[in-house]
Write a protein that binds this ligand. Structure first.
Ligand SMILES: Nc1ncnc2c1ncn2[C@@H]1O[C@H](COP(=O)(O)OP(=O)(O)OP(=O)(O)O)[C@@H](O)[C@H]1O
Ligand SMILES: [Mg+2]
Length: 145
């Protein structure tokens, strides 16, 4: 039924759990699975700031890229041996917007994601990325708890 499943990953236990769930679904329905991580873009750096903040900005940018690449490498190591048709994408941007845009462009039939992620605030039922994707995606979204 679901030909192409999108699994957004942020390195959290919950996103890992949603990936395992999606893999089982994919096996039972012979679906393709696309694992995606979106590196959050930083607000634009203003050129007139001092040299030291430029290098701080660069460090932050490099750290974000490194951790994003790590999430995808980790996913490849964990899920690469599963008997599914898997692919991996690393994007930059606003995570919820990129997830919804990608899902539309790539004809995704189902998004499977965690209820929470790496965020510190635990008071809400679901995190802000899940919340936005549920509201804006043009395909069904499954939230795994
Ligand atoms: N940058 C991202 N790239 C891809 N998927 C993401 C990203 N951030 C979150 N997700 C997905 O969204 C799910 C929920 O995470 P979300 O960020 O909404 O919650 P949170 O981190 O607990 O809260 P918040 O980020 O609002 O503080 C994760 O389990 C993961 O599936
Ligand atoms: Mg988060």
């Amino acid at each position: 039924m679901y030909e192409k499943i999108l699994v957004p990953l942020d390195g959290s236990v919950q996103s890992q759990r949603s990936a395992e769930y999606a893999i089982e679904l994919a096996k039972s329905m012979n679906s393709q699975v696309v694992f995606i991580h979106v590196i959050p873009v930083l607000p634009p750096y203003e050129r007139h700031q001092s040299g030291s903040s430029e290098s701080a900005y660069q460090h932050l940018h490099d750290d974000l890229r490194q951790s994003g690449e790590g999430i995808i490498e980790n996913a490849k190591a964990l899920f690469g041996k599963e008997d599914i048709n898997a692919s991996y994408r690393l994007l930059w941007g606003n995570p919820a917007m990129e997830i919804c845009h990608f899902a539309k462009e790539e004809d995704i039939s189902l998004i499977v994601m965690g209820n929470r992620g790496l965020g510190e605030i635990k008071g809400y039922l679901i995190g802000s990325i899940s919340n936005r994707v549920v509201r804006h995606a043009s395909c069904p979204v499954m939230i795994v708890r």
